[in-house]
Design a binder for this molecule. Structure first.
Ligand code: SAH
Ligand code: DHB
Ligand code: MG
Length: 221
C-alpha cells in the first residue's frame, strides 16, 4: 500500500463519484500558479464537507484557514443562496487568490473572507454566531483555542470538523515536541473532557497521504 496507489484511487474516486467541476479545478490551479502550498482538502474530502453541510442543513458556516478557498467553495455551495460562509485567513496573498476563486465560482455574496490571525478575528464573530458548522483547518498548534472558540460560537446540534488530526500517525507519540502534534493531542484532551460534544476521528489515506479528520457534534440532549 503506497502513496502512489492511494493517489491513483483518489483520482479514480474524484473522476467517478465526486464529480469535481472545472471551477474547483481552476481554484486549485490558481493556487499552483501563485506558488501557494498545495494543502487544500482533496476533492473527495471537499465533497464530504459539502455533504455533511447539506445533511446538517447548515446556513451559517465558519471556516478557520482559507488558503485558496477550495474547501470554502465546497462549503459555500452547500449553504445555498441565503447561506453564509465566513472564512478566516492570516495571509493576505492567500486571501487574494481565494477572493478570485470565490468570484469565479459566483459565490462572492455567500463568502466573507476575513484577513488576520484567527485568534484576533474570532472575537469579532460573536455577533455573527451561532454557526451550524465550524471547519478548523489552519495552524495546528492553535487547534485547542480554535476548538474552544468553535464551542463558544456554536449551538446545540452544530458540527465541528477538524482536519489533519492523524498526521502520519504521529498523533499517538506522547513524547512528541512538534507543536502541531501537541496541538492535536491537546485538542483530543479537550474533546475527551468535553461533555457537551459527541465526537469521533476517522483515519484517511489518499493523495495527501495518511491523515484523518475529527467530527464533533454539540449535544442537544
Ligand atoms: N481549508 C483550506 C486549506 C487551509 S491551509 C482547504 O482545505 O482548501 C491552512 C491555511 O491556514 C493557510 O492558508 C494558512 O495561511 C492559514 N493560517 C495559518 N495560520 C493562521 C492563523 N493564525 N489564522 C488564520 N489563518 C491561518
Ligand atoms: C498542512 C496543513 C493542512 O491543512 C493540510 O491539510 C495538510 C498539510 C501543513 O501545514 O503541512
Ligand atoms: Mg488541512
Amino acid at each position: 500500500m503506497t502513496l502512489e496507489l492511494w493517489t491513483a484511487v483518489d483520482q479514480y474516486i474524484t473522476e467517478t463519484v465526486v464529480a469535481e467541476d472545472h471551477i474547483l479545478r481552476a481554484a486549485t490551479e490558481a493556487g499552483v500558479a501563485a506558488g501557494l502550498p498545495q494543502i487544500s482538502v482533496t476533492p473527495s474530502q471537499g465533497k464530504l464537507l459539502y455533504l455533511l453541510a447539506r445533511v446538517q442543513g447548515a446556513r451559517a458556516i465558519l471556516e478557520i484557514g482559507t488558503l485558496v478557498g477550495y474547501s470554502t467553495i465546497w462549503l459555500a455551495r452547500a449553504v445555498g443562496p441565503n447561506g453564509r460562509v465566513i472564512t478566516l485567513e492570516s495571509e493576505a496573498a492567500h486571501a487574494a487568490v481565494a477572493r478570485d476563486n470565490v468570484a469565479r465560482a459566483g459565490l462572492e455574496e455567500t463568502v466573507d473572507i476575513r484577513v488576520g490571525k484567527a485568534l484576533d478575528t474570532l472575537p469579532g464573530l460573536v455577533a455573527a454566531a451561532p454557526f451550524d458548522l465550524v471547519f478548523i483547518d489552519a495552524d495546528k498548534e492553535s487547534n485547542p483555542q480554535y476548538f474552544e472558540w468553535a464551542m463558544r460560537l456554536a449551538k446545540p446540534g452544530s458540527l465541528i470538523i477538524i482536519d489533519n488530526v492523524v498526521r502520519d500517525g504521529t498523533v499517538i507519540d506522547a513524547a512528541s515536541t512538534d507543536p502541531r502534534v501537541l496541538g492535536v493531542r491537546r485538542l483530543n484532551m479537550l474533546i475527551a473532557a468535553e461533555r457537551r460534544v459527541s465526537a469521533t476521528t476517522i483515519q484517511t489515506v489518499g493523495s495527501k497521504g495518511y491523515d484523518g479528520f475529527t467530527v464533533a457534534r454539540v449535544n442537544d440532549d
